[in-house]
Design a binder for this molecule. Sequence first.
Ligand SMILES: NC(=O)c1ccc[n+]([C@@H]2O[C@H](COP(=O)([O-])OP(=O)(O)OC[C@H]3O[C@@H](n4cnc5c(N)ncnc54)[C@H](O)[C@@H]3O)[C@@H](O)[C@H]2O)c1
Length: 400
Amino acid sequence: MATRDEVGAEKQDLLQVRQVRIGDAEYPYRYGAGCIGAILEELATLNADSFVVVSDETVIGLHGDALLPGLRALAPVDVISRPPGEGMKTLTCLAEDIERVLAAGATRRTVVVAFGGGVPGNLAGVIAALLFRGIRLVHIPTTTTAAMDSVLSLKQAINSSRGKNHIGTYLPPHGVFTDVNLLATLPARELRSGLCEAAKNCLAIRPGDLPALREVLAEGRLAEPRSLLWLLECSIAAKTSVTAHDSHEKRAGLILEYGHTVGHAVELVDHRRRGVAGLSHGESIAFGMLVAARISHNRGRLSLDNVRVHDEIVEALGAPTRLPVGIDIEDVLAVVRDDNKRGYLPAGPGQIPFVLLDDLGTPTGDRELPLVPVDLAEVRVALESLAPQRIAEPVGAEVG
Ligand SMILES: NC(=O)c1ccc[n+]([C@@H]2O[C@H](COP(=O)([O-])OP(=O)(O)OC[C@H]3O[C@@H](n4cnc5c(N)ncnc54)[C@H](O)[C@@H]3O)[C@@H](O)[C@H]2O)c1
C-alpha cells in the first residue's frame, strides 16, 4: 500500500505549475484536472491558523463539499457566501465581512481563499489587502473568466455606487490553484464569457495559438478538461507576456483592453435594457473586437483577411457578430465617449484612446503604450457596418 507521502507525491504530480511574474510580483499558478486533493495538500503547507473562504451560494452549493471538509481538517474555516453577482462587490459587504472575520479571530496568519468567479475573487482580494494591511490570498477560481483572466492580474476592486471597480488596490495572490473539473458545471454562457477573453489574447497577443484555438472551437469541445487546460496555458502565457513589466496594466498591458472600449459600452447599454439577460462581459468584448478590427481595417492597417479571422473566431465562440437588435448606436457612442482610458493619451475633442491592430498580434503604435486616438465618427462607421440589418461584410471590403 502507498504511504501517505507517496499518495501526497502522486497528488502533487496532478498539478502543473507556471510561475507568474507581473512586474516585481511573482506567484505560482498550479493547475490540473481532478486535482482538488492535491490543492488541499498545497494549502496544508501554508501553515494557516484559519481560513476565510469568500464565495457565492451557487459555488458553495455545487462545489463546497469538494473543498470545505478538507480545508476544515487543516484549520478553522469561516465561509462568507452570498447570492451570486456584482451585488457583493460593495463597501457595505466589505465592511460587514471585515468586521465579521476580525470578530471571529482572524490574525496575520489567516489565509483568505477566493473560491468562485471573478466577483468573490475581487471581494476576497480587497479583504485580504486591507486586513492587517495585507494577509495571504489564494485563488481557487471556478469560472473561465476568473481562471484565465482575473487571477492573472494584481488588480483587486469593488464597485462604488457610481460605477464598476472604482475602489480597490493591487495585491499579488500567494498562489492560484485551478482544478478545471470544477468548471464543468458552468452554464454555457459563463463558459463562453471567459473563452472570449482567451480568444482576444490569441488575436491581439499570440496569433500563433490561433490554429489550435480553431481546432478546439471546431471540435466543439470547449468544456473538456484538455481544452480548458490548453486555454489556461495560452492565457497565462499571453497575459504574463504583456504585464511582466507593467504590473498596473497601464502601459504594455493595455493591449489586454483590445475590444474593451466598445465592448464595455455595449455590455452596459444591453444591461440597462435587459438586465442579467443582457450580453455577458466576454460576448460584449468579442463584439468590441469586431468593431476595433473594422476601424483598424478602415485605416488601412489590418487586412481584410484578418478582419475575417476575427469574424470567424467570434462566430465560432457563439458571440454576436452583429450589433444585437434593440441596441442604439447613439447610446453606445455616449458610453464610449466616457471610456476609462481617457487621460492616457492627449486626445482631441471627439476622440478616444483605442487599442487597434496593424496585424494579428501587432498593435498600432507603440507596443509600450498601445493606444491611438480614434474619432468617434470612425467608431460610428464601424458600428453601422455591424448593424443588425446589414449584410455581414466589413466596411471598405474592397480595400483589402
Ligand atoms: N481583477 C481583474 O483584473 C479582473 C479581470 C476580469 C474580471 N474581473 C471581475 O470579475 C467579475 C466577473 O467574473 P465572473 O464572470 O467569474 O463572475 P461571477 O463570479 O459572478 O461568476 C459568474 C456566475 O457563475 C457562477 N459560477 C461560478 N463558478 C461556477 C461553476 N463552477 N459552476 C456553475 N456556476 C458557477 C457564479 O455563481 C455566477 O453566477 C467582474 O466583477 C469583473 O470586474 C476582474
